[in-house]
Design a protein around this ligand. Structure first.
Ligand SMILES: [Zn+2]
Length: 214
């Protein structure tokens, strides 16, 4: 199915065609939840197996909890993937950098569960060549570079070439309520999202880009 998204000045089209035995890797964040809801909206979409993986990397689970994915999806059959998860270098010699954990987790899930397609919501950091605001002190540290993404055969990342404003727009257009999603680089507090870390700011930026330049 064809999905159009983004503001007038940067409209993109993605195609998502689920077939066979499919799964999705979710963290509890907005991107993977929006992708899940898009899949669900596709007529004749096969049953979606849901796998949970932490995306906090070295910082630990933070907001990423399997309970969040249960809450978002209303499902109680989420499959946690913790096989490759090592938080700190103290887990040496088993420690792996986060990008390698993610790549190995994707490949393992496809193999172990004999999937035809595994979806994940990986997407681009906005390039600061186009969006110099990401180099300002407001945003703190410069965006992390993109990790190497291998040529997967059965892993599909429909959002890979999209920026945050495209993804937020897909959520808006398809009535996805992201208020319960968690994506913040700071540890959870009673106040919820910190509102000032890079991840929080990038989401706000996405909405602002959609509103301001229409
Ligand atoms: Zn935050």
């Amino acid at each position: 199915m064809r999905f159009e998204c983004g503001p007038e000045w940067d409209t993109r089209i993605i195609n998502i065609e689920p077939k066979g035995k499919i799964g999705i890797l979710m963290s509890g964040g907005a991107d993977s939840f929006i992708l899940y809801e898009l899949l669900k909206s596709i007529p004749d979409c096969p049953h979606i197996n849901i796998f949970w993986v932490e995306s906090g990397g070295d910082t630990g689970p933070g907001w990423d909890l399997v309970e969040t994915v249960e809450l978002l999806t209303g499902r109680d059959d989420i499959i946690p993937v913790e096989k490759f998860l090592k938080h700190t270098e103290n887990d040496s010699p088993d420690y792996l950098p986060w990008n390698e954990v993610l790549i190995k987790s994707n490949l393992w899930v496809v193999e172990e569960y004999k999937l035809d397609i595994l979806y994940n919501g990986t997407n681009m950091n906005p390039p600061s060549e186009f969006f110099p605001e990401f180099h300002s002190t407001h945003f703190g540290e410069a965006p992390a570079g993109h990790w190497h993404i291998p040529k997967y055969t059965k892993v599909e990342c429909p959002f890979l070439h999209l920026y945050k404003y495209h993804i937020m727009d897909l959520g808006i257009k398809h009535n996805v309520d992201i208020s319960q999603t968690h994506s913040c680089n700071e540890w959870p507090t009673a106040k919820g999202h910190c509102g000032i870390c890079r991840t929080c700011l990038e989401k706000q930026w996405g909405f602002t880009e959609l509103e301001d330049k229409e």
